[in-house]
Design a protein around this ligand. Structure first.
Ligand code: ATP
Ligand code: MG
Length: 574
């Protein structure tokens, strides 16, 4: 039984309990005009989540009524992202374009019913006659064309006898309606365009608001979930289904009155009048969640692509090292409501960190190497240190870390003039090398510019796995063998925008791009990481979580992306 943890799940649970539906059938209907982003993840988790929790079904349906902006690349990426998030659609991947024939037949039916007409006004005339929120619209001079004339004109539209924009098919409802969406909305327009699925078969394409309710009905969707901006479109959604009820597939049948739909329809156990329910969009601070804007970043080369690890796209977050579990956890914490709000991106980062804490093996990586020579450690000697891959998960096993005379530590772990409370290495001071010995800085070597190039240290060989009795050494730093370590590229990522609301509108969102959102460093990591596989994630001790890059890593030559740092101020409930 589905837990009614939000108002939509409560509705689904009630409809199943009352017997209105025997099974919940939802759908996720992306338009293939860009990659999916974190906002879509919320919709995916909701639609597929309800199906999983209620033993129902969720369809993946591409809403492909606008071929101009759509492409196969986007279709492939969306399929990949939905699966990566951990979900599977019921039956085949569906396309609104699968229904172009029936959508056309239903439009003809509307014409025959006197419920649709071909309008030959210009776009400006149509706009001017639509009216406004305070003023009713005006009827088109073409509104009272006869059924025969409309059938003839629509057939000509379909045959390609009219240029783009010369006329549209409109529903005939009410130009004086208080709801502008009911003022004779367009249902078909002319576009002489090749379509990625239907090829050159059509030069007229149905509008989204007409296509969506019919596609839902043909698939016997029970709950059609969408974001709040569609609330005002719901009366038209219902108008389409009510007006065409007599031709749509009926209970007990998967074909419409003409015996046509068949294969596209799902299991017909319900009335073909899905209920549209709206919920609030997910907005995340320091982030933009608009495909149009994300596309601008890609097109203007401000990022490396849709899957750039700085992007809030599902593929970007994946490449960055975020896990599907973390994204699902985030969506579940965000919840589903009708109130608009902005979620702190820190919460997303918290979910990622929390999941990786318990799943990512530990390793040592020095991001900004500073050489350390242990003057009393024999040249050529290699001490093989065994260390747990995870402090709490012994089943992850151990790795071997070679310890040698020459090592690297991070530049940030040495200060000549230490600030107050500094616990790392200073001239004459001591520090413990993680998993190894205590060392003391005896000498600081500099180049001609005064830049520190090397530290000469002594190593207390009596401190392996134990503390000295005569003194306390507080600091611990990570390190990598200079002779055995693996040099590799590490990409340090930060938030893509410097402003909490880059999308607020008064200033171009691109002015807030964080120039420091990507820093590339030549790091040295422990040699066990030569075996890292693309997408494998690690905690580099004391630094953060890192993911072996999906695209640019080569066997034995990993590239690492900073997924998220170790600490942040965000806490649950904050
Ligand atoms: P964008 O505004 O980024 O272009 P869209 O709504 O046009 O997004 P669609 O491909 O139409 O993109 O969206 C597919 C589904 O995902 C729709 O049901 C839509 O309501 C939902 N969706 C899109 N953005 C969000 C968001 N920020 N939060 C929750 N759901 C979203
Ligand atoms: Mg859309």
């Amino acid at each position: 039984m589905i837990e009614p943890k939000d108002f939509i799940r409560a509705q689904v649970a009630a409809d199943l309990a009352s017997g209105k539906h025997t099974k919940a059938i939802t759908r996720f209907p992306p338009e293939p005009n860009g990659y999916l982003h974190i906002g879509h993840a919320k919709s995916i988790c909701l639609n597929f989540g309800i199906a999983v929790e209620s033993e129902g079904e969720c369809n993946l349906r591409f809403d492909d009524t606008n071929p101009e902006k759509e492409s196969q690349e986007y279709i492939d990426a969306i399929r990949r992202d939905v699966q990566w998030l951990g979900f599977d659609w019921a039956g085949p991947v569906r396309y609104a374009s699968d229904y172009f024939d029936v959508l056309h037949d239903y439009a003809v039916e509307l014409i025959k019913m006197g419920k649709a007409y071909v309008d030959s006004q210009s776009a400006e005339e149509m706009r001017a006659n639509r009216g406004s929120l305070s003023e009713p619209g005006k009827n088109s001079p073409f509104r009272d064309r006869s059924v025969e004339e409309n059938l003839e004109l629509f057939a000509k539209m379909r045959r390609g006898e009219f240029p783009d924009g010369s006329c549209v098919l409109r529903a005939r409802i009410d130009m004086a309606s208080g709801n502008i969406n009911l003022r004779d909305p367009a249902i078909y327009r002319i576009k002489h365009l090749h379509h990625h699925q239907s090829g050159d078969k059509w030069c007229i394409y149905p509008m989204y608001d007409y296509t969506h309710p019919i596609s839902d009905a043909l698939e016997f969707i029970t709950h059609s979930l969408c974001t709040l901006e569609f609330e005002d479109h719901r009366p038209f959604y219902d108008w389409v289904l009510d007006t065409l009820a007599h031709v749509l597939p009926q209970p007990g049948s998967v074909v419409d009155v003409w015996g046509k739909v068949g294969a596209a329809a799902g299991e017909n156990t319900v009335l073909p009048h899905p209920q549209q329910i709206e919920f609030s969009r997910l907005n995340v601070n320091y982030t933009v969640t608009s495909k149009r804007k994300l596309k601008q970043l890609v097109d203007e080369d401000l990022v490396s692509g849709w899957d750039d690890p700085r992007m809030p796209t599902v593929s970007g977050m994946r490449r960055r090292g975020y896990t599907p579990e973390a994204l699902r956890d985030f969506c579940s914490r965000v919840g589903v409501t009708k109130s608009e709000g902005v979620v702190d991106v820190g919460m997303l980062e918290f979910c990622v960190r929390e999941h990786l804490e318990n799943t990512a093996p530990r390793a040592m990586g020095v991001l900004r190497p500073l050489k350390v020579v242990l003057t009393n450690f024999p040249e050529g000697e290699v001490k093989e240190i065994r260390a747990a891959r995870h402090p709490n998960l012994p089943e992850m096993g151990e790795r071997v870390i070679p310890f040698t005379r020459e090592l690297y530590i991070d530049r940030a772990d040495f200060e000549e003039v230490p600030p107050k409370g500094y616990k790392r290495l200073i001239p004459g001071g001591e520090v413990r090398l993680r998993n190894a010995y205590i060392i003391k800085c005896e000498d600081v070597i500099k180049d001609a510019e005064g830049r520190v190039t090397e530290l000469r240290c002594s190593c207390d060989l009596d401190t392996f796995g134990k503390n000295p009795e005569d003194r306390k050494v507080k600091g611990v730093v990570h390190w990598v063998s200079a002779s055995h370590g693996l040099p590799c590229e590490v990409r340090l990522y930060d938030r893509l925008f410097t402003d909490a609301a880059p999308d607020r509108g008064d200033v171009d969102f691109k002015t807030f791009i964080n120039p420091k959102a990507l820093e590339i460093v030549q790091a040295v990591v422990e040699p066990s990481l030569a075996a890292a596989q693309p997408e494998e994630r690690f905690q580099f001790e004391r630094e953060g979580y890192f993911c072996c890059d999906l695209a640019d890593s080569r066997p034995g030559k990993p590239v690492f992306n900073l997924t998220v740092g170790l600490r942040d101020s965000w806490k649950p409930g904050a």
